[in-house]
Design a binder for this molecule. Structure first.
Ligand code: SF4
Ligand code: SF4
Ligand code: SF4
Length: 221
């Protein structure tokens, strides 16, 4: 859907695969984006304002990313980390079959999750009949700088944020920096290209330890 000076997309409502409730995040994001009056800012940079000038944001309920967050200026995907509880395993192996990443193995009643393979989609939790597997930490994986067109690129992983408000703040503050610091006729996607992670931040992201601090730190330009 195209809004006033931006494009905010979402994935399928009421999808059973959603790791997080994206509807609340979407509504908060829409309200804050409206308040930025982006069309007015863009009209000062570009005459006329075309579709490719519009900031594009996408929210998805899980790492499947059906709303294509990987090719947007800001891509946001829900995640939930699986936890092995004290409840005895029934040895049914349904979770092993459900995991498309082949991240789960079982030795007798002991379930083992390979964290290097797990993408925190939550598929295994939903099928476990006993509650041996349940969800622990959940939140949002956030990416930035994706685009299509003449020089397409996937959005870069920035890290993980726990709450809706943190995600909205991150997007809005970054857009505000683009408004304040972007060059005349500079597109958002090229402004985002100038934001790089430090070595330490890159290592944190690689190991899944990205944090709110690291995301904001990397935006000093
Ligand atoms: S991204 Fe996940 S939650 Fe959203 S529609 Fe696709 S599978 Fe469902
Ligand atoms: S959360 Fe997803 S990727 Fe991780 S073990 Fe469960 S099914 Fe596999
Ligand atoms: S689905 Fe649950 S009960 Fe079945 S093997 Fe996996 S952890 Fe055990």
């Amino acid at each position: 859907m195209q809004q006033n000076g931006f494009q905010l997309e979402h994935c399928r409502p009421n999808c059973p695969k959603a790791a997080c409730n994206w509807q609340n995040l979407y509504e908060k994001m829409l309200k804050k984006l409206d308040e930025l009056n982006l069309l007015q800012t863009l009209a000062q940079k570009f005459t006329p304002v075309h579709y490719h000038h519009l900031p594009k944001i996408s929210v998805a309920g899980c790492p499947n990313g059906c709303s294509q967050p990987n090719i947007k200026d800001f891509g946001i995907s829900g995640y939930v980390v699986p936890k092995i509880t004290e409840i005895p395993c029934a040895e049914c192996d349904v979770c092993i079959g459900a995991c498309l990443e082949k991240a789960i193995t079982r030795e007798s009643q002991e379930i083992i999750i390979n964290q290097d393979k797990c993408i925190s989609c939550g598929d295994c939790l939903r099928v476990c009949p006993t509650g041996t597997l349940s969800g622990s930490e959940k939140g949002w994986i956030v990416r930035y700088g994706g685009r299509v067109g003449r020089h397409p690129q996937f959005a870069r992983l920035a890290g993980q944020l726990k709450t809706d408000d943190e995600v909205v703040s991150w997007v809005i503050e970054t857009l505000q920096r683009y408004i304040d610091q972007g060059e005349p006729e500079e597109r958002l996607t090229h402004f985002l290209d100038s934001i790089h992670l430090t070595q330490e931040q890159s290592e944190n992201v690689q190991s899944g330890r990205g944090s709110k601090d690291s995301i904001f730190e990397d935006q000093k330009r």
